[in-house]
Design a protein around this ligand. Structure first.
Ligand SMILES: *Cc1c(COP(=O)(O)O)cnc(C)c1O
Length: 371
């Protein structure tokens, strides 16, 4: 209401305040508020000068955004297999994929389970290859060992999402964080039409009518309306995390003791930090079931329970399948895990009773004979 009453709806003081609070919370020098995580990933690559003939390593186990931003820069996304427990890329996987053309690596902290950024940096820092974290699922997560920063602020740059389903939301929104002042300045300029920093100040009281276009930029800025939502969500981030963590614990407790305990696999414990529980991903032991994943999702849906799949690996989508290097790629873990993953509902407003009814529904669906 304060933003509406002020009459200043687009990027201004609230967006600045959101950036400052966010940077302080994650322990990064700079934060740039943007209208999506996709924009943040794109601007990080652009600022690093990633271009044609460059390769950027990304997991195949991710959302469209992680790879498409590489294509925006006319560079080539190289799809990597994932470690089967976490469904994250590892230092070993990355080491085997690095070539002289590798210009950046984008790990995804899948479901909110932190990837091993410290391990990735041990491999990549000596080669001067930057890590750009796709932290769309991973806010707020502490790395292990803790180092005064949050996951997403461990590489050269990090990108967070405030999309409607993410752990904090502004409807649509994102944040780019970095300690690199040159990268932050370039991202800021490119986020608003390539108009120079000098001209950026025209949005303040001390601004003037003069502006200069320095490059063909983008329209990626976050509005003050969205930033106001972000500030309110930020203040509740740990309360929302606690709710998700409790719900994940309830799922674990009930599933371990349930009639389907031997028919499903629970998420593996997070090894490189605290889990954000953006998603609760179950694996079906398909060989013991007389029903496939699609039928399970449909049967849950018929009971009013919305389940989904995260993700259909990138290499299975037509756009990537048409790419020759993808057709040749060996991605056995992602390919094997894909048919068995199912994301159960998890959101802070859910109750323990809701979780219990999901588990009961799974029992009814997976063990029809036994009940
Ligand atoms: C949601 C998501 C994004 C994109 O976030 P937007 O804010 O919608 O651009 C990027 N990467 C992953 C892994 C995501 O799940």
């Amino acid at each position: 209401m304060e933003v509406l009453d002020s009459g200043w709806l687009t990027t201004g003081a609230k967006a600045r305040e959101f950036e400052e609070r966010f940077a302080a919370l994650v322990g990064a020098e700079h934060a740039v508020a943007l209208n999506s995580c996709t924009a943040a990933l794109h601007l990080a690559l652009e600022a690093l000068g990633v271009g044609p003939r460059d390769e950027v390593l990304v997991p195949t186990w991710t959302f469209a955004a992680t790879a498409e931003v590489v294509a925006y820069q006319r560079a080539r996304p190289i799809l990597l297999d994932v470690e089967p427990d976490s469904l994250n890329i590892t230092p070993e996987i990355v080491r085997a994929a690095v070539t002289p053309r590798t210009r950046a690596v984008i790990p995804v902290h899948f479901a909110g389970d932190p990837a091993d950024v410290a391990g990735l940096r041990e491999v990549l820092d000596p080669l001067d290859i930057p890590v750009i974290e796709d932290a769309a699922h991973a806010f707020p997560c502490e790395p292990r060992p803790a180092n005064g920063r949050l996951v997403g602020a461990l590489g050269r740059a990090g990108a967070y999402s405030f999309y409607a389903t993410k752990t904090i939301t502004t409807g649509e929104g994102g944040m780019l964080v970095t300690d690199d002042g040159t990268l932050a300045d370039r991202a800021r300029v490119m986020s608003l039409h390539g108009i120079s920093k000098h001209a950026w100040n025209r949005y303040t009281a001390s601004g003037s009518w003069w502006y200069e276009i320095e490059a063909a930029g983008f329209k990626y800025n976050l509005t003050d309306l969205a930033a106001a939502l972000g500030l309110a969500q930020l203040a509740r981030a740990h309360e929302l995390l606690d709710a998700r963590t409790r719900l994940a614990g309830t799922y674990r407790q009930l599933l371990e003791r349930s009639a389907v305990a031997d028919l499903v696999e629970l998420p593996a414990p997070a090894r490189h930090g605290t889990h954000a529980w953006h998603l609760f991903v179950l694996r079906l032991n398909l060989s013991r079931l007389g029903i496939d994943r699609a039928a399970v999702i449909e049967a849950l849906g018929a009971r009013g329970i919305g389940a989904s799949v995260h993700f259909i690996p990138l290499h299975m989508h037509p756009y990537h399948r048409r790419r020759q290097d993808v057709r040749r790629a060996r991605l056995p873990n992602a390919t094997a895990e894909f048919p068995r993953v199912i994301s159960l509902p998890i959101w802070p407003g859910m109750s323990a009773t809701d979780v219990a009814s999901v588990v009961t529904a799974l029992e009814e669906i997976l063990t029809p004979g036994r009940r």
